[in-house]
Design a protein around this ligand. Structure first.
Ligand code: 4EH
Length: 230
């Protein structure tokens, strides 16, 4: 089996590469892919760069070029739900693109003809995440993640995304990765640790907590890999 682990920023995969220690680096499509064997399975790891376009390219490459059969995303996110604080973990149940707008034709926000508004994540891995959380003595919240090509640092925009998509957290890559995995029949799991509250202090909070929250997420994702291999 080959499992892909992706992030968007270098900081989001650094803890994973550090844990693995040894890996092979391959350049492909203007990005670096890191391959390692871990407890008898093949891993392919990469950070995509920021946003929906780069994350689409990377997820597609991991599946179509490197042959990944499952994909786990690890990273940070802005909180919408009041119950999510910096460092807390959220597992996506389903994801939507909050910046996709063809409402002029009477469609809802996030909707694409023949696509839909949401893409659902793999139920088996969501179930596993509950066991992993129990094993680790941590809590993970399940929720809806909204994705768009903007760093949200505005209460009004955040609240709009929250009410329009019933979303609990927001980021810039999850929904595009979800579309790719869904289309190619690859089970996927999107985990994020909160770095900020997508409000006027978001950029400062993000800079302060990116690294520590990325570590929280990466540690959990590696425990997910362990659970998959059980
Ligand atoms: O990959 C992008 C990163 C911010 S942009 C999306 N990631 C972090 C999640 C995220 C997020 N997305 C939208 C955390 N908080 C968010 C928020 N809105 N409030 C970036 C950051 N630093 C340098 C360059 N780009």
């Amino acid at each position: 089996m080959k499992i892909a682990i992706m992030g968007a920023m270098p900081e989001e995969i650094a803890p994973i590469l550090q844990k693995l220690g040894e890996y092979k680096t391959t350049e492909y499509a203007k990005n670096k892919y890191y391959e390692a064997s871990y407890k008898g399975v093949e891993l392919v790891i990469a950070y995509s760069k920021i946003g929906k376009v780069f994350s689409t390219l990377t997820a597609t490459t991991m599946i179509e070029h490197f042959g990944a059969q499952k994909l786990l995303f690890s990273g940070v996110a802005g909180a919408i739900s009041e119950t999510l604080k910096v460092g807390d973990l959220i597992v996506a149940t389903k994801l939507s693109q909050h910046d996709l707008d063809i409402t002029a034709f009477g469609h809802p926000f996030g909707y694409v003809p023949e696509g839909g508004v949401f893409v659902e994540a793999d139920k088996a891995m969501i179930e596993m995440s509950k066991e992993v959380a129990r094993d680790m003595g941590k809590t993970v919240q399940e929720g809806i993640i909204a994705t768009g090509d903007q760093f949200v640092a505005n209460e009004e925009r955040k609240n709009w995304i929250g009410s329009t998509f019933n979303a609990d957290a927001l980021e810039m890559e999850g929904a595009s990765v979800a579309v790719v995995c869904d289309a190619l029949n690859v089970p996927f799991f999107i985990l994020r640790a909160i770095s900020d509250a997508a409000d006027m202090d978001a950029s400062f909070s993000f800079d302060e907590f990116l690294e520590t929250s990325a570590v929280e997420s990466a540690e959990f994702v590696m425990k997910m890999v362990d659970k998959i291999l059980e």
